[in-house]
Ligand binder design. Sequence first.
Ligand code: TXA
Ligand code: MG
Length: 333
Amino acid sequence: MKKAADILLSGGLVAFPTETVYGLGADAYNSGALVKIFEAKNRPFFDPLIIHIAAIETLEEVADLSVLDEKTKYRLFLLAEKLWPGPLSIILPKSDKIPGVATAGLSTAAIRFPSHETAQNLISLSSGAVAAPSANPFGSLSPTRAEHVMDSLGEKADMILDGGPARIGVESTVIDITGKEIRILRHGGTPKETIESCIGKVFCEDSCEVDTKKSLVSPGQLKSHYAPKTPLLVFNMEEILSLPCKKDTALLFFDNSSRDSWLKERSAHNIHTAVLSACGNVSEAASRLFETLHELDKSGFSGIYAQLAPQKGLGQAINDRLLRACESFKKLP
Ligand code: TXA
Ligand code: MG
């Protein structure tokens, strides 16, 4: 850990586990190091990074809280108190200490206090603020294991810390609390319902209707994202039975009962099927999503047909990722 922290302090890149996905970290106060993140990921400079902290006191170092009105301060207090550390990134006015390259020139920064112990140790042992996007090439599947980072970024990181599989498996929820309405900019590890029980009504773009031209509030809302190399199409349960299935296509079901009813109807036993959660638990399904897509991607199928999850809890994050991964970004006819 000391060695990893020293790499960060001397301007290098360290990939590290968090409870959501693996991140590719650089010292958030060092613009030269930040540039390396964009280069390693082939990430456009207009896509801002998340700043990770490991102590609530650091919030005042990375964000300018003095400009917040009382209502926003109270929302922030509630969220930080109830949902941090955890899979939630909060958009706040950035402090002058954070270089503009970290936030793509925006006056705001996304701040997150992760709960993973290794992440917290690394952040605390280094400068206290670590900028980290997911540790994958821009647009591709996010890494939920150290091996995924090794395979996709390899030598581009000066060190990879292996903390085993990520517990949550989808990225943090990104929320903007500074406006009149509270908005979810990206569905993720903290479900909308959890946030609403904490600070009231929250608005969000419907994943299926995100318009990249209109919506540049969160540049990460670009439609084509989180994509496996294998073409992927999404469907709901009604569409499933009419799917033209070729032998070299894989089917990704949400739960066993969906798979069983499909098998019963189709008696297509020569088609590869995978299931995200046997009993249909959305959290388990989320934790296995990227992992399963990585596996299917490696198996050489010509296509993946994926079933949408129920649109509740972490199901919203699953569907968001599936729809963005969907090759043509349209449901099957
Ligand atoms: O779980 C996570 O959030 C992981 C781990 C490593 O913490 N990180 C992650 O980072 O997913 P990344 O860079 O892949 O996604 C960051 C998202 C993007 O959608 C970006 O547009 C949005 O956060 N974002 C960052 N700063 C923003 C800002 N100032 N305003 C609006 N959106 C912002
Ligand atoms: Mg990412």
